[in-house]
Design a binder for this molecule. Sequence first.
Ligand SMILES: [Zn+2]
Length: 512
Amino acid sequence: MGPVKADLILARGRIRTLGRAGLNPHTHLAIAAGKVLACGEREVMNLRGPRTRVVDLGGSAVLPGFNDAHAHVVYYGLTRFAADLSGARGIDDVLERLKEHGATLKPGEWQQGMGYRTDELTERRQPHRTELDRATGDRPAFIDERGGHARVANSAALAAAGITSDTANPHGGRIGRDLNGSPNGLLLEAAMRMVADVQPLPSLRRRIAGVLKAQDLLVSRGITSVGAAVNRGFADDLRAFEALARDRLLRMRVNEFLSWELLEAASHLGVRSGFGGDLVRAGPIKVFVDGGAERVATRAGGGVWRTTPAELRELVARATVAGLQVAAHAIGDAAIEAMCDAVEAAGGELMRHRVEHCTICPPDLQPRLGKLGMVAVMQPTAARFGRVASTIFFPVRDRTHLAPHRGLMRAGVPLAFSSDLPVTPDPNPWPGIRVAVDDQVNGISMLAALRAYTSGGAYASFEEQWKGTLEPGMLADMQIYKADPLGEDNVNWEQLRPRAVLLGGVKVFGSF
Ligand SMILES: [Zn+2]
């Protein structure tokens, strides 16, 4: 057997490995057995054998595939079967869309609607259950505000859950009420579960169909790896990904979160974070520390503790012992601090415990995250949104503490970027990368932003040894752009799309 020859050589491109060479482009890249064999200049052509396919890139740019470290893949997929309420301008608009979508459902089938935001409705308030009733009749209906922290149930859905004037607020949540105390349909944070728990579960087949829809979107944005976030745990999610992998329909690598409810089961089974292969892996245990929007837990007080600091301490300790990483949803500084305390108490420095969002993170907490070996999984577009809306949503005095990408990096905290799809309705990483670079307060370099969207996610899932850059030996997950996004002046970042995407050297999107 002679020296290994390439299966595929990409020639005459602008190929950035984002490894040691940083942003300096190479011209040639060779792939063999799904991995990068070599990356360099013309000498790479020496790896050409009789069966090697050579593609002339004609100056096209190549980057590692993006890693979206936190996206609600299954949830987003299932939303494709719900009434689409995104962009609704007012409550009438919401009702109209529910009515139209309801006509496609079987009698008695639950209706779901998703994607509206109260601040985009002319009324600037949530719809009332009796308003929903007008559109849905006695069919149970449950609509989700984009952001995932508030839902509204109609009267039939509230009745199915047995929620009445006498029902107390659950721990970590609140039932919206009229002045006379009767429920108005609004359910905040943990209260959403009261109705979700009585809602019929989507079938495995529907989950699989949903994942395929989400996958089409993610892959078309150059995303080859995704951290599939969950709000509650269903073994069916993992089954859906496994089934797709088995049938060779999975075109992206999935790090599947497990909800905190599965901690016990996973640790008894001996499942550790990273269990699985390079296509589907068991990821971190997801737990909510605080709420979203105006319900984040801050040191100034207020907010919602969906998991109290004492509970969090216990959960992180149990997970650490079981070899499971924890991904803690923590937006406010008090919530982030509670996670630091929990990791410190558990001696979890080697587990790369994750803070999801990490939005209000003042300078004293940044080095703590670093010392405790924690990873900040952030959504860069939230920086822009957070600063503009900080007076409404985030009660912070010092806005420089919002989305402090630069400070965290200086403190040695690995950053992983993500979309939090469908909170961000389009997972295209480029607008976020642009925001992170252009940020006047906490800006980072283009290279750092790109790494946060590639090797950052790989580090967060303990996979940095085989993916995240295009250095030799790494998985050949990459994206090809017709024009060089880093060389152009007038790039429309929102519209920027790869022309082709490769997973393990195999084309999974576009053409080249
Ligand atoms: Zn999320």
